[in-house]
Design a protein around this ligand. Structure first.
Ligand SMILES: Cc1ncc(COP(=O)(O)O)c(C=O)c1O
Length: 381
């Protein structure tokens, strides 16, 4: 059929392509997939066609979910629009109206907000307890409890969770365990292999690795991930193809980055432990034989002027996040843990002098020199 200019302008660029053998997965930047006829479309619902509509599924987020699942040693995974949406999808796959969750007190502030402020509106009750005490956990488990929730390495105080003990408690009481593995990454720790039912990531952090993606991934067994996928579809918390593609690109260098991050973090922690201007250094020792992660948290309360410290950081970026290749610092009190009640913050040790350092992949000596300079400039005489 002969077409006029306007019609040709719209349709010329969407010609059917033969399949090219592109070295990397192309970005399927499309909101929907087309069908040859109604039978072909019906085949999607019969499981014979993979894709229909991007909110329901798309090759790029699927690739990310499956890749992270494999690295975690889990059979299935689903990628979502953010770490928090992955946490929500995971929780809703194991808890419904009337159920109860036991969560660690020592978790990321945004997760605390989701659990404390939003889940009650879904009819899900959450209690936060000190996970260093098994007795505290056991004391609050009740007949409606379905889930135990924690982080493998906690944000921002870097406590390493005893995953085997948590899983044992959960199994004894017929509960699910869900672990946020964002800080440790599957390179250093694999909670699914230790018996956790669901493992979640803010892929915004080390999986993406370059501070240019907001994404989440949830991994686990077939039944739970199938449930979580339907939550993601129905809540509309799917990950966009481009973000998924970027996160997959980041994932390729995860181990290389984590080795450098961890070596630099260890060197910085060692140097700061020797520095009299630092009251306390938090850096875990027992995350893995390969290294202990890339976050060093310091407390300079009473030793330095906090505002002066931040002003003297020279090339170190001040950001409310972590995990990029550049070293950065954040201030949990006014950002990530702002919503945590003051009494809980005090109890946990989130003080006015607490600074979370996300150690980058630059030269270790330059990183150490920058922090030593900021401490010297801000030290109280
Ligand atoms: C440990 C941890 N879990 C989850 C999240 C939430 O991730 P997102 O910001 O991608 O939703 C964060 C964000 O900082 C985090 O640090």
């Amino acid at each position: 059929m002969v077409q006029n200019f306007d019609t040709r302008a719209v349709h010329l660029s969407n010609k059917e392509k033969k399949s090219f053998t592109s070295k990397v997965t192309p970005i399927y930047q499309t909101s929907a997939f087309k069908f040859t006829d109604l039978d072909d479309m019906e085949d999607f619902f019969n499981g014979k066609n993979d894709y229909l509509y991007t909110r329901v599924g798309n090759p790029n987020p699927d690739e990310l979910g499956e890749a992270v699942a494999q690295l975690e040693g889990a059979p299935h995974g689903v990628a979502t629009s953010s770490g928090l949406s992955a946490i929500l999808a995971g929780i809703l796959s194991v808890a419904k109206h009337g159920d109860h969750i036991v969560a660690s007190k020592d978790i990321y502030g945004g997760t605390y907000e989701l659990l404390a402020n939003e889940l009650p509106d879904f009819g899900i009750d959450v209690i936060f307890v000190d996970f260093t005490s098994q007795k505290e956990i056991l004391d609050v488990i009740k007949s409606t409890t379905t889930l135990i929730y924690s982080e493998s390495v906690t944000n921002p105080l870097l406590r390493v969770e005893d995953l085997s003990a948590l899983v044992e408690i959960a199994k004894d009481h017929n509960l699910y365990t869900m672990i946020d593995n964002t800080f440790a990454t599957p390179y250093f720790c694999r909670p699914f292999e230790k018996g956790a039912d669901l493992v979640v990531h803010s892929a915004t952090k080390y999986i993406g690795g370059h501070s240019d993606v907001t994404a989440g991934v949830l991994v686990g067994g077939e039944e739970l991930i199938a449930k979580a996928k339907s939550k993601v579809v129905n809540l509309g918390s799917n990950l966009s193809p481009f973000e998924a593609w970027l996160a997959c690109r980041g994932l390729k260098t995860l181990s290389v980055r984590m080795d450098r991050h961890a070596n630099n973090a260890q060197a910085l922690a060692n140097a700061l432990k020797e520095n009299e201007a630092v009251q306390k250094v938090y850096y875990p020792e027992n995350v893995s034989a390969k290294g202990n992660g890339a976050i060093v948290t310091i407390d300079i309360t009473g030793k330095c002027n906090v505002a002066d410290f931040f002003k003297s950081l020279d090339w170190i970026k001040i950001v409310p996040t972590l995990a990029g290749v550049e070293t950065s610092v954040s201030y949990p009190l006014s950002t990530s843990h702002r919503a945590v009640p003051e009494a809980s913050r005090k109890e946990l040790g989130i003080t006015e002098g607490l600074i979370r350092i996300s150690v980058g992949i630059e030269d270790a000596a330059d990183i150490i020199a920058a922090f030593e300079h900021a401490l010297k400039e801000s030290v109280l005489s």
